[in-house]
Design a binder for this molecule. Structure first.
Ligand code: SAM
Length: 254
């Protein structure tokens, strides 16, 4: 996290290693921004399968529900129970621009529906499905469809584990907005791909491990008796010093 994250009405500041007076001073400054009503501090890092953060109240209104605008879409979510990174806003737009109108799109690890909704608003492809395990995320995903005047036919939500609840149909584009965890979930991603499907896979590694990451994906695909071609690897965000989020664009050959 940089100095602060501003998610519409909620600002989240760095908590650890700072005095109460220091945090209150920053909160005072933030509460002068017209949209900001609440200042919370983040304790520790993003954690667990749901990729949530621990937050503590600092100043303003006591509230955990953010209302945040991104890419001309509105998102509502609980900052303590749902993952959200506003730093991915440009990335989401780029993906939406890469999807074609005629595509059936699956977003794995859909969170509160940010990728599906931004893709829908920008491209309106023939079909979008989002799959997400978090109960709270799915609750807000549903609410966010309403907030953005999108019907459940236009974007279908599947609540569940990608290991158990993957759709049976095939998709032209699969966005794997993966959590930064060990498992690649490539097996699940490939299970809904046909020849020429595209996968937008997110991987996390050091600069010098980039080649290994893509080689490992090819080996894994081989083991699954599938064939993939790595089209492009693009930096899509910072994780830590020398560690990045990479978008790996994959074409499924078999
Ligand atoms: C890094 S977040 C991405 C969320 C969202 N796509 C976004 O960009 O804001 C990863 C999401 O994957 C979900 N998740 C983790 N493991 C999962 C699984 N096995 N099946 C389905 N969803 C999972 C988490 O709950 C979390 O919301």
């Amino acid at each position: 996290m940089t100095a602060q994250d501003i998610l519409g009405n909620i600002a989240i500041i760095k908590g650890e290693g700072r005095s109460r007076a220091e945090k209150l001073k920053q909160a005072d400054r933030l509460l002068k921004i017209p949209s900001v009503r609440t200042v919370l501090e983040k304790i520790g890092n993003v954690k667990g399968r749901l990729r949530t953060i621990n937050v503590r109240f600092v100043a303003g209104e006591k509230n955990l529900i953010a209302k945040h605008r991104e890419n001309s879409c509105m998102f509502k979510f609980d900052v303590s129970s749902c993952y959200f990174s506003q730093r991915l806003s440009n990335e989401r737009k780029e993906i939406a621009l890469k999807v074609r109108k005629k595509d059936k799109v699956l977003v794995m690890f859909a969170g509160v529906g940010v990728y599906p909704i931004v893709i829908w608003k920008i491209k309106k492809p023939v079909r979008i499905v989002g799959i997400e395990i978090g109960r709270d995320c799915c609750k807000y995903f549903k609410e966010n469809l309403k907030l953005n005047k999108i019907s459940s036919e236009e974007i279908e939500i599947i609540q569940g584990d990608v290991k158990k609840k993957m759709p049976k149909e095939k998709f032209d584009a699969v966005v794997m907005a993966r959590p930064n965890l060990k498992e690649s979930f490539l097996k699940q991603g490939l299970s809904v791909c046909k020849k020429n499907s595209k996968i937008f896979y997110y991987g996390f590694c050091n600069v010098n491990e980039k080649k290994k990451m893509t080689e490992d994906l090819k080996i894994e695909a081989d083991k699954l008796k599938r064939k993939i071609k790595i089209l492009r690897v693009v930096k899509a965000g910072d994780i830590a010093p020398y560690k990045f989020r990479y978008r790996v664009e994959i074409k499924v050959l078999k």
